[in-house]
Write a protein that binds this ligand. Sequence first.
Ligand code: ATP
Length: 414
Amino acid sequence: MTRIGLIGGTFDPFHNGHRRLVEAVLISGQVDRVILMVAGQQPHKTKVKVSAAGYRFEMALRGVADLSQVEVSDLEIRRPGRSYTVDTLALLRGQLAPEDEIVLVYGSDVLFDLTTWRSPEIILSSADVLIAHRGGIGQQAAKDRAEQLRRDFSARIDFLNAPMLELSATEVREAAVRGELDTGKIPERVAALITRHDLYGYDEELARVDPAVWHQLADYECQVRPLLNHKRLLHSLNVMRYAMHLANKHGVSVEKAGIAGLMHDCAKCLEAHTVLHYARLAGDPELLEPALAHGPAGAWLARHQFGIEDPEILRAIHYHTTGSGDMSVLDLLIYVADKVEPARTYHNLEAIREAAETDLVQAMRLCLVEVEAFLERENKPSHPYAQAALEKLGIPTHHPPAPDKQETRLTLEQ
Ligand code: ATP
């Protein structure tokens, strides 16, 4: 029999308080291993902006990367819609050996929320509970509450006898926004991820976006998640957030920008022949080259697999690799966001980012100039769509498409 400590949490971000909790549970000898369950869409956090699941999963992974007895589970974040602990427990049970035992591990604050969750009587009868005293909640108050739950639900609640850290995710997020993350608050690897992806940048602004939009994006993230590797998912989430920020600045629909940003690379990690297949179905013979076909292929997938019908969103996905001679503001915004999202590192980014704040056309110009210079260095041809975009924006083109380009495309089309 294995005793599994289940620590569910938002982990926005994963901080040293979580880490201390994990270590204390393992040291206590009350469990053999720990599962960190990254929370999906929580019914009781409807008014609070929660970072995308892909980021929170990655932070939890990094936070316990050196602890071999800890596994990070994506069971909740794989499922669209709201997540209820009672359902998660049932699903997890189905994955374990019948003799395995689940021990629910919580900070003492959770004792006071538990009865507002769905079916607390089922949760409390199906697992033992282990509670860590947390700052902000008096120890006697926690003990009294536990006693009440024992009486009302026959709950089996025990307390962990180990000092915790006085930290909350809210406090750590605020420190991140001020640029004051230190290793006293958060594991170094997690801090590096936050900084690299500017994870809490634009948070104040994005917190004003309608919660319904965040729920829709979270559902789309669930759907696109199996198609992308970790790196590509993080990139897509970065483009999503940055595009939403730009949309806000330029009076474009934040919802459309978020969806297009999240979905723009949805075909990128598929096998090359599959990408070409979808790109052909999209019906644009100009974009069948391996490096470019994921644009139309993504638009096709977004429509036929994810049910996105909005032509503006589909267009922005379709042309995000080349641009075109007739770009909408949303097209410009997705193209630019893809090139200069926070984790990108090539040069001249700052100038493009600065331009993007006030003048998207100028930002697009600067991007195209960079791309042209890159293609020239690599001795690669420029795509006719990119040339059309250059022309439209009055940028002289230096190197025309290779003479054999047409032939290349025909070969790929077969
Ligand atoms: P906030 O409530 O500010 O969003 P949080 O860190 O309490 O942040 P979660 O990430 O959902 O929220 O916490 C996951 C679990 O870890 C909960 O059971 C919580 O009680 C526990 N926990 C969080 N911080 C600490 C801490 N400093 N010490 C002990 N347990 C903690």
